[in-house]
Structure formats: C-alpha cells, structure tokens
Write a protein that binds this ligand. Structure first.
Ligand SMILES: Nc1ncnc2c1ncn2[C@@H]1O[C@H](COP(=O)(O)OP(=O)(O)O)[C@@H](O)[C@H]1O
Ligand SMILES: [Mg+2]
Length: 467
C-alpha cells in the first residue's frame, strides 16, 4: 500500500535527515532482498545481522526511503529519502499500528503459552464462513501467516492490511517481558483471547506468575468497548479474566461455549457436541488430541462473541486443518504417525503424549522425542518429569535424542519403563535405523521435540530407508 512521506514521519515521529526525489513510496520492507522500486526500507538490528549494513544494497535495489536509527555514510543513501528514528524496531511497530488505525479493521488477537496458531487458524476458518452486518466476510480476513507473531512479524502482518480487510486475526507471541504489552499497543485489539498460561519460555519470563502477568497484558491492552474470551478451565487465565472490567465471553466446562461430549474418529480426527449459549451442534474436527478441543472451543467462543452464527462456527471448524508437523496425522504403511515435530515445551509434550496414549490401536505405541529447549534452571527436572509421564501413560517404547536424553531415560526408568524399551540415539539416522527393526503395521509413533531438534528428520529417514 502506498505511503506518503508525511505519514511515515507522523507514524514514527522520525526526523527527516535527507529528502530524496518524490514523497510517495510503496511497501514497507525489512528484508533488503524484498525491496522493490519505491519501497520503504526499515533497517532492523537483529541478533546476527544489522539491517543498517544493507541500506546501500536496498537503495541500489530501488528503495526510495530508508528508516534508520544510526547515521551512515552519505554514499549508502544514494538518492533515497532518509528518516532517522530512535529505534527502528519501534518504528516498524509504529508503522504497523498506523496502518491498523487508518484502515480500521476489527482486530482479533490471540496469545497464550500453547495453541495460538491452531486457535488462530480455526478462528480465521470460522470467520471465512461468517458475516459482519449481514455481509459475508469470505476473502476479507487478514491473518498472521505461520508464526509471524513477534515485534517484527506482527507489524509486517499489519502492513499487509488492505482496505478490503474487514477483520484481522493476529497471533501475539512472547519470550521476553513487555512484549505482549507492546504487541497489544501495536494491534490495539477489539477482542482478545489467552489460550493458556503454562510453562513455556520460562527462561525469559521466570515463573508461571511471570508468564501470566506477561500474557495478561493482552487483556489490559484491549480497546475500550472491546471484548475478551476467557478460558474458565485455566486457573491463571480465569484470574486474569476476572480483573477485566469490559465485555466477556466464557468458555470451558462451565462456560457459555463448551463441548458437552466428544469421541475420537482415529486418523480422521474427532466428533464434538458443541454448545453455544443454549444451542447445540455436532462438529467434526480434522484434529486429534484433547488440547485441540480446547483450541476449537476457544476459537468458537471468540467467533461467537464477534457475532458469528453457530452454523458458521460448525462449517469453519470442519474446514480447519492442522499445519505440517503440528499434530499432523498420517498413515504410513499402516503405521499411525503423529508428527508433532514442529516444537515442544512441557505442556505441549504432555498434550502430545496424552494423545498418543489415547489412540486405540492393536499394535505398540512408541514416542520418539527430542529435547525441550528454553527451560532455564528447570531443564533437568522437566526432562525427568517427561520420562515419567511417558512411562505412566503406558507408552511401550521410547527413542530419545539430545543432551537431555539421559534425564528423560532416568525419569522413564523411575516411572517403570523397562531399560530395554528405551533407546538413546546418536543422531536422526541412528534413531530411524533402530526404529525400523521394531515398527510393524498397527503401531503408532509420535515424533516431537523443540524446533532445533528437527525430529521430523528421524521420520524422514525412517520413511526413505524402507521405501
Ligand atoms: N491448548 C493446548 N494445550 C497444550 N498444548 C497444546 C495446545 N494446543 C496445541 N498444543 C501443542 O502445542 C503445539 C503447537 O501448537 P500451536 O497451535 O502451533 O501453538 P503456538 O502457536 O502457541 O506455539 C501443538 O502441536 C501441540 O503439541
Ligand atoms: Mg504459533
């Protein structure tokens, strides 16, 4: 969308260091490779790279305006307009916020320790089926792509807004204190939901109370007159909800939106009986795992609070599908596979293990697990705990990879899993080789670990080596 120089100066409160040709620009970009003729290039300083080093390149590629927080040699600027700000990361957020304000879509924001992306996808799928003031919303919804949920991703998401977007469904993520507050400031949501408060990113946020405080900033940042959806089944979220004085919709066992009963359909997902207010509907979900029921009910509650009909909620939830590597269900040579290798923390590990434990199968259940990162001083204890959980869930075999594998093994032994059922692999290929001699039709496998563990690689080795 076109930007005027005056808008950039107004939004960022930046100083015009140098005025180049023209006062109209095209898209705002932060990646110099994505610069098009006429772009505004914002030089971000990342952990590894500093965008200021790429200003020259951006200008050569056609950037006509650059936003910097450090002055560079004149030669880097070429003929571009230069705006200097105190902090380019903040300026990017300000530009995203400006777009949000000028186009004025309804913004529905999602944060929480687990289930953000799934809830976001389910909510967006419902809204695609819904109407606003009797006008269908299909095609008018902007949503966060993938995991663009941080101080860079959220502004870039909002910068994709077009006049035609009536609704934006955005994901807010955090691993440092204060991030959600700023993300809420940038997006100023009309509605917000905190999916859960659990032990994730404890390194940056310290304790569960710290996590709750951080996520709670979303509720505090809701626009006046806005609404929140409150998960009554999460004690931390319930408490945060109690402090909110505006409009609320509740969900969970005693909530306005709830699941009265459900049953598993194996690799086809689940069938839910959903209650919304006094009405009921049967809904099929393409997801497995009780945690996805929580996500579906949360999405339904947000949609209902927004004004979507029960029919739209049912249709949307039936259309939503898991992403690759997030509780993705697969049937491979009659072996059931749960590929949840995208990421892991204690809560999502527990959810995945419960899911594996709950599938009905005639064969054996095996968990192939990698380390969970970012747990700080709790690392050892949480991995011991994980081993115990696996053993107690009745999972027959355990394959482990990573620096914490020994802890998990120790926990599993304590939980009663026999030593011969636990394998610590050297690498992905080794795990696959050793799995191969055991897997047979009717078995179920779960692959999971933190992103850096790339546990999908073990699955790929397994599949390719027996092809
Ligand atoms: N409500 C939930 N409670 C606990 N774990 C969950 C929940 N929803 C999802 N998970 C787990 O977290 C993983 C990531 O889900 P995702 O929706 O991408 O969450 P996020 O965006 O918050 O990281 C899933 O594959 C699953 O293992
Ligand atoms: Mg996510």
């Amino acid at each position: 969308m076109a930007w005027q120089l005056s808008e950039i100066l107004l939004a960022t409160r930046g100083e015009l260091l140098r005025k180049g040709k023209g006062e109209r620009f095209t898209e705002v970009v932060t990646d110099s490779n994505k610069v098009q003729p006429g772009s505004v290039f914002v030089a971000l300083k990342g952990e590894r790279l500093d965008g200021h080093r790429f200003v020259g390149q951006a200008v050569r590629r056609g950037a006509r305006c650059v936003v910097v927080h450090r002055e560079l040699h004149r030669s880097a600027y070429g003929a571009a307009t230069v705006v200097k700000v105190g902090d380019t990361l903040r300026a990017l957020g300000d530009l995203g916020h400006y777009r949000r304000k000028t186009y004025g879509p309804k913004v529905l924001a999602i944060t929480g320790s687990n289930g953000k992306t799934t809830t976001k996808e389910m909510l967006a799928a419902i809204l695609e089926e819904a109407a606003l003031s009797q006008k269908p919303l299909r095609g008018k919804i902007l949503k966060t792509e993938g995991n663009f949920n941080n101080l860079v991703g959220l502004p870039l998401t909002l910068l994709r807004l077009r006049k035609t977007n009536k609704v934006a469904v955005v994901e807010l993520g955090t691993n440092h204190r204060g991030e959600i507050k700023r993300l809420a400031e940038i997006s100023t949501p009309d509605m917000g939901i905190i999916t859960s408060v659990a032990a994730a990113h404890l390194e940056g946020l310290n304790s569960l109370a710290g996590v709750a405080r951080e996520k709670g900033a979303l509720f505090s940042g809701i626009r006046p007159g806005g609404m929140i959806a409150v998960n009554l089944d999460d004690p931390w979220v319930r408490r945060l909800g109690q402090r909110f004085t505006g409009k609320k919709i509740t969900y969970g066992a005693r909530g306005q939106v709830q699941v009265e009963s459900w049953r598993s359909l194996g690799a086809k997902g689940m069938m839910l009986c959903l209650r919304v207010g006094r009405r009921r509907s049967r809904v099929r979900l393409n997801f497995l795992g009780e945690h996805n029921i929580v996500n579906a009910v949360g999405a339904a509650a947000m949609a209902y609070g927004f004004g979507a009909s029960l029919a739209a909620i049912r249709r949307g939830l039936q259309k939503a599908k898991p992403f690759p590597m997030r509780m993705q269900l697969e049937n491979w040579k009659n072996v059931g596979i749960i590929n949840d290798a995208y990421n892991a923390n204690p809560a999502s590990m527990e959810a995945a293990i419960k899911t594996l434990a709950s599938v009905q199968c005639r064969g054996e259940k095996t968990a192939i697990l990698g380390d969970m990162f970012e747990l700080g001083p709790r690392t050892r204890r949480q991995h011991l705990q994980l081993g115990k959980q696996v053993a107690r869930a009745g999972i027959g075999r355990l394959y482990l990879l990573g620096a914490q594998a020994k802890q998990v093994r120790q926990g599993a032994l304590r939980g009663g899993l026999p030593a011969e059922c636990i394998v610590i692999g050297k690498d992905h290929a080794d795990i696959a080789n050793r799995l191969r001699s055991h897997v047979k039709p009717g078995d179920w496998l779960l692959f999971k670990g933190s992103r850096g563990m790339k546990m999908e690689s073990a699955l790929n080795h397994l599949k390719s080596s027996t092809a």
